[in-house]
Design a protein around this ligand. Structure first.
Ligand code: SAM
Length: 239
């Protein structure tokens, strides 16, 4: 497209602003809609992350939950692994809701693409339904790896591609026809719930995300399909 560096910066900034404003708008109904639209399956997906990380974490582990939103994964990690958890997000209204749910965790405002932490600060880093929203997936993976200690683990939970064609078609119909209507009606922002299936369709599928993780320098990269591949949990280790 021949964008200059400053053009790239502006489009990344525009993207970030649009995403931040969108989550600020839907924040009051975000949790309700997550549970409603997924029939509570989202809770099971977050539990899959804690189950996977629990045996991999050292005692007294420090975990960073990037794009923590209203904090559901941060809180699940804290309650189920005993780790010290920091949640980070760039949308203040989402963070305020997170902080109200659990006062014992630290929730801080920051950008996933410029994490305010030193290299090697964490034993594990998680990001749930956040990577897809960044202006650069590669940039997000690079930052994620940077703040991990050697041998630390990254866990990425994200919508993905259902593996069985008939089921994939059914999920696509639900996401493009029903979900924007319900999401729009309950949150008052139909565009936010049109953006969701749109951004999922543009996001790398399971093997492509695993390849991007390897390119970013992660080793032992594996993924687990959740609910037939509607979501996937990718993990990788910083060597
Ligand atoms: C779909 S929500 C996921 C929230 C939470 N992890 C969950 O599982 O419900 C995506 C979150 O990513 C955050 N986000 C998007 N881009 C970000 C960025 N560049 N830096 C920090 N947070 C970001 C948004 O503010 C939003 O809270």
């Amino acid at each position: 497209m021949g964008l200059t560096n400053s053009g790239k910066k502006t489009s990344a900034e525009d993207h970030a602003r649009r995403v931040r404003d969108m989550f600020a708008r839907i924040s009051p109904r975000y949790d309700l809609l997550n549970h409603l639209l997924s029939a509570n399956v989202d809770k099971r997906w977050r539990r899959a992350v804690t189950r996977k990380l629990r045996p991999l974490l050292p005692a007294g582990a420090q975990v960073l939950d990037i794009a923590c939103g209203t904090g559901d994964l941060s809180i699940a990690l804290f309650e189920n692994t005993g780790a010290r958890v920091v949640g980070l997000d760039f949308c203040r209204p989402m963070l305020e809701l997170a902080a109200k749910k659990n006062r014992r965790l630290s929730f801080i405002e920051g950008d996933a693409l410029q994490l305010p932490f030193a290299e090697g600060a964490f034993d594990a880093v998680t990001i749930a339904f956040g990577l897809r929203n960044l202006s650069s997936v590669e940039g997000g993976l690079k930052e994620l790896r940077r703040v991990l200690k050697p041998n630390g683990w990254a866990a990425i939970l994200e919508f993905s591609k259902p593996t069985v064609p008939g089921f994939r078609a059914l999920v696509a119909t639900y996401c493009t026809r029903l979900l924007p209507r319900i999401g729009g009606f309950v949150s008052g922002s139909r565009s936010a719930y049109e953006y969701l299936p749109d951004s999922v369709s543009r996001f790398p599928d399971q093997p492509a995300l695993a390849a991007l993780m390897r390119d970013a320098g992660f080793e032992e990269v594996v993924f687990e399909n959740l609910t037939g591949g509607v979501a996937a949990l990718h993990t990788g280790r910083r060597i």
